[in-house]
Design a protein around this ligand. Structure first.
Ligand SMILES: Cc1cc2nc3c(=O)[nH]c(=O)nc-3n(C[C@H](O)[C@H](O)[C@H](O)COP(=O)(O)OP(=O)(O)OC[C@H]3O[C@@H](n4cnc5c(N)ncnc54)[C@H](O)[C@@H]3O)c2cc1C
Length: 379
């Protein structure tokens, strides 16, 4: 992909590469490279290092601690994070709630929340999904009701009740942003509000969900009579659906994970060489995946070029999401097939863990619906 970059962009890439090589703690790099689960401390440590360098929030406005990078520099930075085996910082604070607070919050909210997200002092999680509301998110049932017992002079509060599920990193989070119904109106997209909840508030309970690979990355979050100041609502009451959609656009960009796929392929080649696996059929399948990955990389560069020319990422990000996650899953499947019955200790956990990629950030079937409606204009 080198030829695609200008000399300045290549110089920038070398600077980032050098920084990661010299600043990423070796034990963290080892864990990322081995595919071992990372702890909160690993993320916090890398967050601090990027924060000190001024590179922790490339997507934020410069005045609030962002960088002046264009889309290509941001892309190069993300690629180098993968190539250097550095952790990808959790997106819930920096890339999800922060853009929402910047766009829809008031000055007090910006002053209260953004500096601690930027410094990594406060961890966040995303409370959207519910047991009966995933793809059909607007069916959510959690409620936030004005507390009638609030006496005059006291800050007005909501009382929140409901269950959020599949919540990544809730076990580490200091704050959760939730979508809750503040009004039961005719249209299900109406009457939803976007509310920030301190995880230490009485009535918030986190229950771990064990994933198919034995991991502990997702949770149920129960909210039982949780009293939250009305001032914690971002945007107007009942305007949460618009905010939710704004946030999902941010969530879907960058899910192709091209650099991550390249690293996975490199590990696969090492595995095949180490295990002396010389299977022609398997090699053909590896080559096929490599071809598809290169095609996807060029598709991603085309969307970057459009972004550089001032276009917003549109429904095309659905194509990147589908194809990128299919390739990630295909590589983990190749590793599993290569080792056969010996895969259990080596690659099986990763294979199982990667099933999630076609479900989260809007399932791939939902992305296909978006492509059908918004790109192909099908009825
Ligand atoms: C590892 C992981 C982490 C997650 N982290 C978070 C998190 O931090 N915060 C959060 O809020 N949520 C999180 N989620 C939840 C995720 O957003 C939902 O799982 C996802 O939106 C799918 O919803 P669902 O599980 O209810 O499945 P359903 O919506 O019930 O879908 C079931 C199946 O039906 C298909 N389907 C549904 N509707 C349609 C349709 N209209 N057309 C075609 N096919 C359809 C789906 O594609 C899927 O295959 C996470 C999920 C996973 C797996």
């Amino acid at each position: 992909m080198d030829l695609a970059f200008s000399p300045e962009e290549r110089a920038f890439r070398d600077e980032v590469r050098e920084f990661i090589a010299t600043h990423l703690p070796p034990d963290v790099r080892r864990r990322v490279q081995a595919g071992d689960p990372l702890g909160k401390d690993d993320y916090a440590c890398w967050h601090r290092i990027l924060h000190e360098r001024g590179w922790v929030a490339p997507g934020w406005p410069v005045a609030l601690g962002g960088t002046d990078w264009g889309p290509v520099e941001k892309h190069i930075f993300q690629e180098e994070i993968s190539y250097g085996w550095a952790p990808r910082l959790l997106p819930f604070g920096l890339q999800m709630v922060a853009p929402v607070i910047i766009e829809f919050g008031n000055d007090e909210q910006r002053a209260r929340y953004l500096p601690k997200i930027h410094s990594g002092e406060e961890f966040w999680c995303q409370g959207y999904s519910e047991p009966g509301a995933g793809s059909d998110l607007a069916s959510l049932q959690s409620s936030a009701v004005h507390d009638p017992s609030t006496s005059s002079g006291q800050a007005e509060t909501y009382v929140i009740n409901g269950t959020k599920t599949w919540i990544t990193a809730a076990q580490w989070a200091d704050w959760i942003f939730v979508l809750a119904r503040t009004e039961r109106s005719a249209k299900k997209q109406d009457g939803i509000s976007f509310i920030l909840v301190d995880m230490k508030t009485p009535g918030v309970t986190v229950r771990p969900i064990e994933t198919i690979d034995g991991g502990r990355e997702i949770n149920e979050v129960h909210l039982e009579n949780v009293r939250v100041p009305v001032a914690n609502r971002v945007g107007g009451e009942g305007e949460g659906w618009n905010i939710a959609k704004f946030l999902l656009e941010h969530e879907r960009t960058g899910t192709a994970g091209i650099a991550g796929c390249r690293q996975q392929l490199e590990s696969l080649h090492e595995l095949l060489a180490h295990e002396k696996i010389d299977d022609r059929r398997l090699q053909e399948r590896v080559a096929q995946v490599e071809i598809e990955l290169e095609a996807l990389a060029f598709t991603e560069l085309r969307t970057l070029a459009a972004e550089s020319a001032g276009k917003r990422p549109g429904p095309e990000s659905s194509i990147l999401k589908i194809k990128g996650t299919e390739i990630q899953q295909a590589i983990s499947e190749l590793a599993l097939d290569a080792l056969g019955p010996y895969a259990e200790a080596h690659v099986a956990p990763k294979y199982f863990n990667y099933r999630k990629t076609s479900i989260y950030a809007g399932s791939n079937e939902i992305q296909k619906n978006i492509i059908a409606k918004r790109i192909l204009k099908l009825p």
